[in-house]
Design a protein around this ligand. Structure first.
Ligand code: ADP
Ligand code: ZN
Ligand code: ZN
Length: 821
């Protein structure tokens, strides 16, 4: 008699655990269990998880394996390539594949026994389409509001609840709670339509005759434009697409045109007839050379597109994307910030319509699952071919990836800081493209030293676009010596007369202004004039920042906050002084100096709520804001038409940041924010305020001398043994007791020195040596670029495991950061 074979599944759990776990597959599930499908397993005492099958086999483990409890998918939801990608990421960035799985899979696909469920707000209440068990779940949730999967399972006495719940989520009968919290608030825009009185051809003719007779040429022009765009008044036209100015205002005032606020529907349908063909874009010579250079470069699979701000990189991307879309392949388009997606989505949808999918963390769980599903499709009308997103989009289940574009490739927000995997999305994307045999294009006006180095080394192809599209000139950069200005009495508050005059001129010409200040809050700290005491965070080793809007002192590391003390907590003096300025202060001062201007602020505090970000940008684009004050957020690749002045309030803050990348960063930030000025016409002006006007970085920003910056920085990095010549692995240890921490850090450093000798640096306290009541210490190891360090990484992870086994050190957290940013 032949014995039936017993099958086992190695599964991956979305948890911080090494490797896979083996479960036994019940006979009746053998046909359904395959690599890439999710199964339900019990892990630990009672918790249930959806786990991912990595491999199916017949090798019995040495212990008694638990059974797989259920199968969630009929077909794989994660491909072999994705799992290889996860495994690469885990080994390169020194974490576990489970850590990668936890961030890679959208929350909606990680159903676990502790997930909370409630009735979907859009559920139509049609009970006739529910099964008996589904009815019971709906009944329970109606009574209780929200329940955990576990509790539903107990209440109903159904063990295999997960597959049932999964179907109910997919049919939008129930939702996972997390999703409810992040429900999408639709965004609004102003639309213009023709008043009812002018709906007939006759009335329209009379209107035009009348305006022409009165020689209102501006109004006639605008109205003509509106008529063409609206199909002679049949449709609405977005206000921002019309020329702004008095003609429009007059037509609205006279009741010819009406405005209204409308939701911009998110999942618009794009008629294939109404799309603009990408072939209609006429590239100029520089763009054409770059485009051809990239697509015909047989020697390199990665190209760096170095194009100055507003050189028209996006149009080059669109041409490259078009080629892939027509060949039926997919494109991944990465951006550093979600906020940037709004502008680019519109630009891409004009050409590729509903083939464009957007993926990022601010979307709800069900939206993310939907994008995931449509990316995986191999064909059919719902398939996404252009996937746009911030760093997590590298995890999408592509079915045929042909091209990867990383825009603003220099941007530090591509690096994930916490939790693991601490990956760099640009570098991960280059690897992903390699897995697919796809081409990668890295674009920037201010490339990272690493990428430019790779281009100089011949590893990457290099295309350069040195002029702005349309023949517009790059903005003129002026450096204001604040010390001298002060001496001459030309400083008011924190602004030089030069900057104030430029703002006044811009406002008078109905132009807009962007002011960059890299610190948020009102003042950076309070200081006692008598004893020099500065209020500190009780959990972190930093001073508290004064926020006037909330009249509080706040810690920017942990959120700790106290009311502003009326007197010095140390000596009771009432002479507390504000030191340093942040965005709140800049905003307030400007509002006082320019009372009629509309001033707004864009920083973490003003954009905490979902979509506030997008609304601010929308308001700015539609000129409901004259002066926008902000942190790094305003420096990124935004394309506004009417910005003529950019001011950098305090350049010294930006330059003097103690990090080997600080000059590179300062150059990038200042050049990028400058690049927002004068993009569509009149030359823009950039005014940089500083107490150190002869600083080499300012000189280079002024001259637009990227090559010079690169030469200096690359040389310094070589001499001082930093990337790109060396690879850094930074190991951070944390513990609430500094003695324990010091002992553990010394022990680890000794182990590392034993293995890697002089490559080891530290342990040292980082700049901020205590965060959230945990002390921090850092040990760094640098390897030469040419060294293969796969084994070294494994050894280091082993040492961390050994450390945790030492007496009393189990709770010392050890984090690896490879290629820290
Ligand atoms: P970058 O991304 O290089 O900063 P953009 O791609 O935003 O620059 O281009 C700047 C502006 O020039 C945009 O408004 C864009 O629409 C316009 N532009 C660039 N290239 C073309 C082209 N070939 N045809 C028409 N408009 C273009
Ligand atoms: Zn004091
Ligand atoms: Zn704190």
């Amino acid at each position: 008699m032949e014995e039936a074979e017993v099958y086992y599944a190695d599964v991956l759990l979305p948890l911080h655990l090494p490797g896979t776990y083996t479960y036994r597959v019940p006979r009746e599930m053998v046909d359904e269990v395959q690599a890439g499908v999710r199964v339900v397993v019990q892990f630990g005492q009672k918790r249930m998880y959806s786990a991912l099958v990595r491999r199916l086999h017949t090798e019995a483990p040495r212990w008694r394996a638990k059974y797989v409890l259920g199968v969630l998918d009929e077909r794989p939801v994660v491909t072999e390539r994705q799992m290889l990608f996860w495994e690469w990421m885990a080994s390169y960035y020194m974490c576990y594949p489970g850590d990668v799985m936890a961030v890679a899979l959208p929350a909606g696909m990680k159903l676990a026994s502790e997930s909370a469920l409630s009735i979907h707000p859009d559920f139509d209440g049609d009970l006739s389409r529910l099964t008996k068990y589904e009815l019971q779940v709906v009944g329970l949730l109606t009574d209780h509001g929200t329940m955990r999967v576990d509790d539903i399972s107990h209440a109903l006495g159904i063990q295999k609840i997960m597959p049932l719940v999964r179907t109910m989520i997919e049919r939008q009968v129930v939702v996972m709670d997390e999703e409810l919290r992040e429900r999408f608030v639709p965004r609004k825009s102003t639309y213009v339509r023709l008043a009812e009185a002018y709906s007939t051809e006759e009335a329209q003719r009379r209107l035009f005759d009348e305006l022409e007779a009165k020689k209102r040429t501006k109004q006639v022009e605008l109205l003509m434009k509106f008529m063409t765009m609206s199909g002679f008044g049949k449709e609405l036209v977005a206000k921002r697409e019309l020329p702004q100015g008095s003609a429009l205002q007059t037509l609205v005032k006279n009741g010819v045109l009406l405005t209204e606020e409308r939701e911009e529907s998110r999942l618009e349908h794009y008629d294939s007839d109404s799309l603009v063909p990408a072939s209609s874009i006429k590239l100029n010579d520089g763009q054409m050379a770059a485009y051809e250079g990239i697509r015909t470069d047989k020697a390199h699979s990665v190209s760096l597109l170095h194009g100055v701000t507003s050189s028209g990189k996006t149009e080059v991307y669109i041409k490259l994307i078009d080629e892939q879309v027509r060949a039926g392949r997919q494109v991944l388009f990465l951006l550093p910030e979600i906020a940037l997606t709004a502008q680019i989505i519109n630009r891409l949808r004009r050409y590729f319509g509903d083939k464009v999918g957007v993926y990022h963390s601010r979307f709800s769980a069900s939206q993310r699952v939907e994008v995931w599903r449509r990316t995986a499709l191999k064909d059919g009308p719902g398939r996404y071919q252009v996937l746009l997103g911030a760093r997590s989009a590298v995890f999408l289940p592509f079915s045929d990836l042909g091209l990867v574009i990383v825009d603003e490739e220099h941007d530090p927000s591509y690096k994930q800081q916490d939790p693991a995997p601490r990956y760099h999305a640009r570098d991960a994307a280059v690897y992903l493209a390699r897995l697919w045999g796809a081409r990668t294009v890295l674009g920037s006006a201010t490339p990272s030293i690493e990428s430019y180095h790779n281009a100089m080394d011949g590893k990457y192809g290099l295309q350069t676009m040195a002029t702005r599209y349309g023949g517009f000139s790059l903005p003129q950069v002026e450096v204001v010596d604040m010390k001298q200005a002060q001496r001459q009495g030309e400083v008011h508050g924190h602004f030089s007369d030069t900057l104030l005059r430029a703002i006044r001129d811009a406002l008078a010409a109905r132009q807009q202004v962007i002011l960059y200040q890299n610190r948020r809050g009102f003042s950076l700290r309070l200081e006692c004039d008598d004893c020099h005491h500065v209020p500190q965070c009780v959990h972190c080793d930093v001073s508290l920042v004064y926020h006037k809007a909330t009249n509080s002192l706040r810690c920017h590391y942990c959120g700790y906050s106290i009311p502003v003390p009326p007197e010095c907590p140390a000596c009771h003096s009432t002479r507390l002084r504000m030191v340093g300025i942040g965005t709140e202060r800049v905003e307030e001062d400007l509002q006082i100096m320019f009372p009629e201007a509309r001033v707004a602020r864009m920083d973490l505090d003003s954009t905490l709520q979902k979509n506030q970000y997008i609304e601010l940008l929308n308001d700015f684009a539609e000129r409901r804001i004259d002066i926008l004050v902000g942190t790094q957020m305003v420096t990124k690749g935004l394309d506004f038409e009417h910005v003529s002045v950019v001011g950098i309030v305090n350049a010294d803050n930006i330059i003097n940041y103690p990090n080997f990348r600080s000059f590179e960063r300062a150059y990038q930030q200042m050049t990028q924010v400058s690049g927002r000025a004068g993009r569509h016409g009149d030359a823009g002006r950039v005014i940089i305020q500083t107490y150190n006007p002869s600083h080499q970085i300012l000189q280079k920003v002024q001259d637009g001398d990227y090559e010079g910056l690169y030469r200096d920085q690359d040389n310094e990095r070589r001499v001082f043994r930093y990337p790109p010549y060396y690879r850094l692995v930074e190991i951070t240890l944390k513990h609430r007791d500094s003695d324990v921490l010091n002992a553990a850090a010394d022990w680890l450093a000794a182990q590392l020195r034993g293995a890697f000798g002089a490559r080891v640096m530290g342990p040292e306290y980082p700049l901020v040596s205590r965060v959230r009541a945990l002390y921090l210490k850092v040990v760094a190891v640098r390897f030469e670029r040419s060294e293969a360090i796969g084994d070294a990484k494994k050894l280091m992870m082993q040492m961390a495991d050994d450390l945790a086994k030492q007496d009393g050190w189990a709770r010392v957290a050890v984090h690896f950061d490879v290629d820290p940013y």
